[in-house]
Design a protein around this ligand. Structure first.
Ligand code: COI
Length: 355
């Protein structure tokens, strides 16, 4: 069997695990769908694109990615419409961002037809894994890593690109309690904070663990120079509604160009809500909160979608955020995004793609 556009070999599993999944109790990241797309880069080109049963890889212990971190990934989602179609959300933006990360990490880019044909064929084959339950979706994980078995430090000559998927429910069971980090940093100017490279997440684990030991769910990172300005949170961009305006840190080489983030900015503009993308100091947020001008603070990301914070901790004080009204921007934008993604409302932005 081959796919219609690019030639993709498809080897279907004889042992689907679909019936083992409890779609009414999906835990983020626990279940992986039956198949994966895989292609290897060698001699300056991507070879043998194919879909095979999801399974283990065989790697040399000297695999470069395991030592020097030449590894990047994306996170994206597909939804089930009421008509039973699979709808992909802004996949082209993820493809572009993957390639931006690839360039910064000295890795080859993935051509659009390989990314999109591999992805859509995989989703067609595993369409039964796309959940239709409220708040659920199919999380898609494209990633690339260096595979040279070589111990010297240099860009690898060979790479593997894989896409696998996972049916998921909500990321945070309840609104997260976040802590403003003023000692450790996630990224510095000129570094790799603007890319989705594996090392960014590895470096965040220890500070996040310390915060969790203090009872917090997640960190808000601040700038590397002064620890005064808000950057982003562990798995998401950060946004605020202050004085009726949507305010969010601008995207730079220290923050990720989040696709949920830019979707929310576009929706706010579409609704004629003023948007400010700029530097935001922690002090400004605390002051707005104390003066009753802050309606909400929330994280935005593929995994979390839109996740209002319960509290923000800064300099040892836990600040509770105001209770969200039914018609608050956060609730409205979350519902609207879900309606677009599931095809319940007209997609005036052209973001969804029927697979
Ligand atoms: C995403 O939102 O897709 C992310 O990358 C978060 C992930 C690390 C769980």
């Amino acid at each position: 069997m081959t796919a219609d556009t690019l030639q993709i070999e498809i080897q279907q599993t004889q042992n689907s695990r679909l019936k083992e999944v409890d779609f009414n109790n999906l835990v983020f990241g626990r279940n992986i769908a039956d198949h994966m797309f895989i292609t290897e880069y060698r001699d300056g080109q991507w070879n043998n694109p194919r879909i095979i049963p999801y399974g283990d890889l065989s790697l040399s212990p000297a695999t470069a990615a395991l030592h020097y971190g030449q590894a990047i990934f994306e996170g994206m989602k597909a939804y089930k419409s009421e008509e039973g179609d699979t709808l992909l959300f802004r996949a082209i933006d993820n493809w572009k961002r993957l390639n931006k990360s690839a360039e910064r990490l000295c890795m080859p880019t993935v051509p659009e037809d390989i990314f999109m044909s591999g992805l859509t064929e995989l989703l067609r084959l595993d369409s039964g894994w796309v959940p239709s339950q409220d708040g659920c979706s199919l999380y898609i994980r494209p990633y690339m890593f260096a595979t040279d078995a070589y111990i010297g430090v240099k860009p690898s000559d060979t790479y593997t690109f894989i896409i696998f998927t996972s049916p998921v429910g909500t990321y945070y069971a309840k609104p997260p309690r976040v802590k403003v980090e003023t000692h450790f940093i996630r990224a510095a100017e000129g570094g790799v904070g603007g890319t989705k490279c594996a090392g960014n997440y590895a470096g965040s684990l220890y500070p996040a663990k310390l915060a969790q030991q203090e009872g917090y769910d997640q960190l808000i990172w601040t700038d590397a120079r002064e620890h005064a300005y808000i950057e982003e949170s562990g798995t998401m961009n950060v946004m605020f509604v202050i004085d009726g305006k949507l305010v969010t840190p601008f995207v730079s080489d220290t923050t990720l160009d989040g696709i949920t983030r830019k979707s929310i900015v576009a929706i706010a503009q579409h609704w004629d809500i003023p948007v400010e993308e700029r530097r935001i100091s922690v002090k400004e947020i605390i002051e707005a909160l104390q003066e009753g001008r802050l309606e909400s603070a929330f994280g935005a990301g593929t995994a979390v979608v839109v996740s209002p914070f319960a509290t923000i901790a800064f300099e040892g004080v836990d600040y509770a955020l105001p209770e969200l009204k039914e018609d608050s921007f956060v609730n409205k934008v979350k519902n609207y995004l879900t309606e677009i993604r599931t095809g319940k409302t007209e997609d005036v932005f052209g973001w969804t793609l029927k697979v």
